[in-house]
Design a protein around this ligand. Sequence first.
Ligand SMILES: *Cc1c(COP(=O)(O)O)cnc(C)c1O
Length: 338
Amino acid sequence: MNYTIPEEVFVKAAEQYGTPLWIYDRETIEKRVKETQVFDTVRFAQKACPNLSIISLVRKLGGVVDAVSAGEIVRALKAGFKGGQQKGKAPEIVYTADIFDKDALELVKEHNIAVNVGSPDMIQQLADFGVKSELTLRVNPGFGHGHSSKVNTGGPLSKHGVWHEQIKDCIKLAQNNGMWITGLHMHIGSGSDFEHLSQVCDAMVDASRRLGSHVRTISAGGGLPIPYHEEDKGNRIDMKAYFELWDNARKRIQQSIGHEVHLEVEPGRYLVAESGYLMAEIRAVKKQGDNLFYLLDAGFTDLVRPSFYGSYHGISIIARDGRNLDETVPKPCTPRVN
Ligand SMILES: *Cc1c(COP(=O)(O)O)cnc(C)c1O
């Protein structure tokens, strides 16, 4: 595997801190944040890596953050982001969820956190709790995508977002309670399927018609893909083309309402996935029938994705003493899941 960090650094870090150990490469994160800053606002979907130092780094680089739970609001505040909503400025923290639990509702009120509403019930609960603020709406356009059926974030089988036919009802419900919906959000995860993405963009333009001149911001959501396999490394997403599709949707909306619309993107994995390494030590080697197993001091409590939805993570071995392992150690078996 090609590391972005010298092998000696891994060995030293493991000796100093023990294993299992997560190591992150700051330069990679900086590069990815800068690339995505062709959008007006880059909002880090922190569940991709809610490490406090990483969230702070994103803040220093000019990014903002989303929070999908009370705990993530607390993390965002700890990392130095502030609540509050100022006219003409993207809020530093946006709570994007389909429900409020009690803690989240209290934190939203206490810190004046912007809310991206995922169900009509949330609007009513905000009102009942005495919150009056501007809202954005996460819309489920009626179709989905996603890199795995377990993380599909649109369509009738997804719990996420307000069903597209209910946008008008939500607008009314908000207005009846003295609130305005000023933005729309779609997180569908088209990946690099640009044909699908342009359908999402069309759905955004369509949804914005229902909101009319109140639209001030639209969010393209996340789902930007990264190359998982070594052999795909040269095949990166075309950020310019990705942006242009969304920029075009934004321009169509601007044209029909006659004022500027702010364009956000909300990547999670894209900003951090290629920067992270999980280091574990081989603690036992054994044969089970014809299969050779290397047993590590790390498990799915440290990296849940392969067992949760079969995501691929490359594995390679570094020798503590720097010797060339190709001659002495059989290659680890390739993970069966993909
Ligand atoms: C997970 C998530 C994202 C980011 O998804 P990635 O595939 O990691 O880019 C963006 N927005 C919301 C609301 C999410 O839950």
